[in-house]
Design a protein around this ligand. Structure first.
Ligand code: ZN
Length: 601
């Protein structure tokens, strides 16, 4: 990390998004009008269709869905604006208050129309089958079928309405509290007799520092800060674990993963095949970390050494350079993709500078089809940050292309959500490697990519196993003391690291800052799915050349309009085959072999 980054806005100073495409400032009055209009439209919709969904013909059903889509767009726009403004500065009370208000009023709209889904899923199969063969419903077929799969898990209308409203002071409120605590937290880094107060983002980036002492100081500061906030954060965890247990019981989900699998449109056996294929490859992780220890000249690699750069201390990358590198790599693959990505920079759809009160991490928000996605970054100038730019722009172009699917199906299930992002990272990595002839720099690049891939595949598998243990423990043992969760975290991380990495007692606390555990339980396996899928797609690209590009863009354009397995089958990939994952894992093994060779040269 550069000194500039620790002081202020960092290397992307001034790169702030302009949210006026969602709402021009001041937005409050326009948002209020949109929410009023949506509530009125929802009431009219209910007057017209309540009790009649089962009697609608195919054309009427299609028209009703069109109406629903257009009445839900304004609250979607308001929700996107409120959550983006909150992410940009969580410290302003007005931002939190608007987010809460939009959520509460959004609940009123959803509650007014929830009858529609309930009446649809209550229909008998024969009637549904007859309707779905009608040409008028071709475009809505996947959506209607996907709703039907929730049939065993929906409740009565009054119950659904109650859960929806209570979520605003339950799970959503606790999720917001988690975000606010971590955005406000300052981590005290002690270094050379000096103490600096850094944000979570800045503290985490110390783990990528070339100097071991700085990495150690960063890790110690992170652990210490998390410990200080652990009482409240662990309370949030325990509450959300029990909230999910309650909802899973009410909705008759067989286990904690079942709801996620259903929304991912994937079966439990396919996910288990993915997880166990990765676990069988854990010795590869340990083989690499032993090489890494040799490269760093260490007897024992400790947890805070895993991301240390190999070779020379890398220079910080200015944001403009990151922009050029990413766009060039995208252009090599597809000028169309590069042009879509360039818009994000030119039209100020990116927020990249560091600011007090800003949420940590990075994401791309699809918003609504009539607007465009926005990309959120905390850019500190590491090579890894360059990869994050490539990653989030991958989401951005995917979401841009999928807008044509409309509000209900523009977003893919999580299993495909990480396709374009990871693919974008691979494009950048390959271009950088191609342009580099110095073996030492090539080795450094390769190590960086391997470590990223390990974090995306194996670490996510370990995190999924942690979540399984965590949810099971909360259900079997009641509220969990922090020490118990720490133990579960170490237990889940041990098989991946083996005796190749020393996990310190401090590492036991590092589950406390992972937002996915709080906001989207069991999100993590989608990353492993995405990375291994992308390696398979890259193999296709290498075999087919330019012919692959339009087929890939068609996959992105399809958004969530069909089940992932069906969309991938069009590219000749069978993700239901348990051996499918071995192809991507073999490529990772080849990368480790290449690194070993370069290390000997
Ligand atoms: Zn992503």
């Amino acid at each position: 990390m550069s000194d500039a980054a620790s002081d202020s806005a960092g290397l992307a100073a001034g790169v702030r998004w302009d949210l006026s495409d969602l709402y021009p400032e001041p937005a409050e009055a326009a948002i209020e009008r949109d929410l009023d209009a949506a509530e009125t439209a929802a009431k009219r919709f209910a007057e017209r269709y309540r009790g009649r969904v089962g009697t609608l013909g195919p054309g009427e059903l299609a028209a009703a869905l069109d109406r629903l889509e257009s009445l839900l767009e304004p609250p979607g726009r308001a929700g996107a604006y409120a959550s983006l403004r909150f992410a940009a500065n969580t410290a302003l009370p007005a931002h939190g208050a608007l987010l809460q208000r939009v959520q509460e009023r959004g609940s009123a709209v959803r509650n007014a129309i929830v009858f529609f889904q309930l009446e649809w899923v209550a229909l008998d199969d024969a009637r549904v089958a007859a309707l779905l063969t009608d040409p008028a419903l071709v475009r809505r077929r996947h959506l209607l079928e996907a709703m039907r799969r929730h049939r065993p898990h929906v409740l009565s209308e009054p119950e659904e309405r109650l859960l929806e409203e209570l979520a605003n002071t339950g799970e959503r409120a606790f999720g917001r509290l988690f975000d606010e605590i971590l955005a406000k937290a300052r981590f005290r880094v002690h270094e050379g007799g000096e103490t600096k107060e850094l944000s979570e983002e800045e503290t985490l980036s110390l783990l990528y520092d070339a100097e071991r002492e700085r990495r150690r100081a960063g890790a110690a500061a992170l652990s210490e800060g998390l410990k200080q906030h652990s009482h409240v954060l662990a309370f949030v965890f325990n509450t959300l674990l029990q909230s999910k247990a309650t909802e899973d019981r009410l909705r008759a989900y067989a286990d904690p993963l079942a709801a996620r699998h259903l929304s991912n449109e994937i079966d439990a056996a396919s996910v288990e095949a993915l997880l166990s294929a990765c676990e069988r490859a854990f010795p590869l992780v340990q083989r690499y970390y032993r090489l890494k220890a040799r490269l760093l000249g260490l007897d024992t690699l400790l947890d805070y050494d895993r991301y240390a750069p190999v070779g020379e201390k890398p220079a910080s990358v200015p944001f403009d350079t990151a922009r050029r590198v990413v766009l060039d790599a995208y252009r090599d693959f597809s000028p169309e993709l590069a042009e879509l990505a360039e818009r994000f920079f030119e039209r100020r759809w990116i927020d990249a500078e560091l600011r007090l009160g800003k949420r940590g991490g990075a994401f791309s928000a699809s918003t609504v089809p009539s607007v465009h996605p926005y990309v959120f970054l905390n850019y500190t100038g590491t090579l890894r940050d360059v990869m994050t730019v490539a990653h989030e722009l991958g989401h951005g172009v995917h979401q841009t292309l999928a807008r044509e699917q409309g509000l209900f199906e523009q977003d893919t299930p999580l299993t495909l959500a990480e396709t374009a992002s990871v693919f974008g990272e691979m494009l950048v990595f390959r271009r950088l490697l191609r342009e580099e002839s110095d073996p030492k720099t090539r080795l450094a690049l390769l190590c960086g990519k391997i470590e990223d891939a390990f974090a995306t595949v194996f670490r996510q598998v370990a995190m999924t196993r942690f979540e399984e243990k965590l949810h099971a423990a909360r259900r079997n043992e009641g509220e969990l003391p922090i020490e118990r969760i720490n133990a579960l975290w170490l237990e889940a991380n041990a098989p991946m690291h083996g005796n190749a990495v020393g996990l310190s007692d401090d590492y036991a606390w590092w589950w406390l800052y992972i937002p996915h555990f709080v906001h989207s339980p069991f999100y993590c396996y989608a990353y492993a799915f995405g990375e291994l899928l992308v390696l398979a797609l890259l193999r296709r690209y290498d075999e087919e050349g330019a012919a692959f590009v339009p087929r890939y863009l068609a996959l992105l354009r399809a958004g969530g309009s069909a089940a992932p397995a069906a969309l991938l089958a069009k590219l000749g990939l069978d993700v239901t085959d348990p051996r499918f994952w071995d192809g991507g894992l073999a490529l990772l093994e080849a990368m480790v072999g290449e690194a070993e060779k370069l290390a000997e040269a």
